[in-house]
Write a protein that binds this ligand. Structure first.
Ligand code: FAD
Length: 430
């Protein structure tokens, strides 16, 4: 029996692929066509830089771990699961559990991870960064890297689920024209192997210091928000923190999701009462035609959050407002954008309308102005509202002002959010 387990342990170790630093070179070099990816990339590179340093330390400290776990599993028969542990510093091979095409350009891919690895996706966002509980109400969002076996390039992807609770990774991956890793992931099928490393922290969100969080994204930029919403949805109401303060405020946190589609000239809003989101937003079934590169100009993005495996009914219940382009309503006219997004502009009034209807800018605290229709006239420091955005750069600038690449001091929040009184204390740009 113990020799069988030893053989499993050997297989687990030999299935691991050492990560070469050269593979960092193309990290985050994509996501440019929609700009959204550019803004994420800057932070990704920044994070990469730091995670690279962290990884170096981890490589040293983790170096002994496989040897020790091999020794102990051989000796005591632990670890009957032959799925290797996921680590940020080296690639390990994992099994694809399922692949589901949800649009011509998007697949949902579920990846098996070991029982031990799921806890790596928990919350370590406490003041010392080591706390594995939900101390302080800080929730961490994580991403992983996927490596293309042929080209030795890697790309980051964000699980859209609560990996710690589910025990597997669910990715929502868009295939873009000429995109190598996207093409590779779209070619995978159930039972195939995939090489991943991670998790790597994307951002920590202090949910307990907020009453209302508005998340603004486009396309697969919604992934980190889906992960966060899942985590919040999974926090039991009775959870008590180690420092005896209750997490119930996290459960009461009002969440709004604004999914913005640059190719559409308008968005519509759906005022969805808490707990009733499902009936308003899951509508038609989605097209399942084969994707061809020629179709890549057709953005199927609007459909993705409607899929029940992307935004599940349970998760929808935690949203007080969903904005998407598919719930046609009279509000479309009110909130229509000034012009096509390709011209690089989103009318300020639209952003204001979205934020007002999401509750982030209560009308009572705003006054009219000729320029922007409305201007925030309150003290944002008093409010417990936050905004997170993962957007193309052309949409981000009118919303929050220019964001500098890594290595320079970030400028104050400007744009519509700036005029509403938001600062970097309550705005997170991914
Ligand atoms: C932290 C982080 C998390 C991410 N999470 C996800 C995720 O969950 N799901 C996901 O699908 N992507 C995600 N991305 C983007 C992903 O890492 C890749 O950039 C994307 O899949 C393209 O990689 P590729 O190798 O297929 O294409 P590449 O070879 O990198 O690019 C091919 C061409 O397509 C263009 N391109 C790249 N991205 C897009 C796009 N979105 N739309 C149109 N054109 C594009 C490039 O500019 C290039 O011209 C994330 C990025 C970051 C930084």
């Amino acid at each position: 029996m113990s020799s069988l387990r030893s053989a499993q342990a050997i297989r687990a170790v030999t299935r691991s692929t050492r990560f070469s630093p050269a593979q960092y070179t193309r990290v985050g070099a994509s996501r440019t066509a929609h700009g959204q990816e550019v803004s994420c990339d800057h932070h990704s590179r920044h994070r990469q830089h730091h995670s690279g340093r962290r990884n170096h330390k981890e490589r040293i400290s983790h170096g002994a771990i496989p040897v020790l776990s091999f020794f102990f599993s051989s000796l005591f028969g632990a670890g009957s699961d032959d799925t290797p542990d996921l680590t940020p510093s080296k690639y390990t091979t994992h099994r694809v559990l399922s692949v589901k095409r949800i649009s011509p350009q998007h697949v949902l891919i579920d990846i098996q991870i070991s029982e031990r690895s799921k806890d790596e996706f928990g919350n370590r966002g406490g003041a010392d960064g080591k706390d594995s509980s939900t101390k302080g109400g800080i929730l961490d969002i994580w991403h992983v890297y996927v490596k293309s076996p042929d080209l030795q390039i890697e790309r980051p992807y964000t699980p859209i689920n609560d990996v710690q609770k589910d025990g597997y990774i669910r990715l929502l991956v868009k295939r873009v024209k000429g995109g190598e890793v996207g093409r590779y992931i779209h070619s995978l099928g159930e039972g195939d192997d995939i090489e991943i490393r991670g998790p790597i922290k994307t951002v920590s969100v202090p949910t307990q210091s907020l009453d209302h969080l508005t998340m603004i994204s486009t396309g697969t930029g919604v992934a980190p928000f889906l992960q966060l919403i899942c985590k919040i949805a999974n926090i039991p109401t009775e959870t008590t923190l180690t420092d005896n303060s209750s997490l119930t405020s996290v459960n009461r946190l009002k969440l709004s999701l604004i999914q913005y589609f640059p190719r559409n000239n308008h968005v519509t809003t759906a005022e969805v009462p808490l707990g009733d989101a499902q009936s308003r937003s899951i509508t038609d079934s989605l097209p399942a035609e084969e994707f061809s590169d020629a179709d890549s100009s057709v953005d199927a993005g609007p459909d993705i959050i409607r899929h029940p495996d992307v935004l599940s009914p349970v998760v929808r219940k935690h949203l007080s407002l969903i904005v998407d382009s598919l719930t046609a309503s009279q509000k479309a006219a009110e909130l229509s954008m000034a012009g096509p997004a390709s011209e690089g502009a989103v009318e300020k009034g639209s952003w204001f309308g979205w934020l007002s209807s999401s509750g982030s800018a209560p009308d009572a605290r705003c006054k009219s102005s000729a320029a922007d229709a409305k201007v925030y006239d309150g003290k944002m420091e008093d409010s417990r509202v936050g905004v997170m955005a993962c957007l193309p750069v052309q949409s981000l600038i009118p919303l929050a002002g220019p964001q500098y690449p890594m290595g320079r001091t970030k400028p104050p929040i400007a744009g519509v959010l700036g005029s509403m009184g938001f600062t970097r204390d309550n705005v997170w740009i991914l």
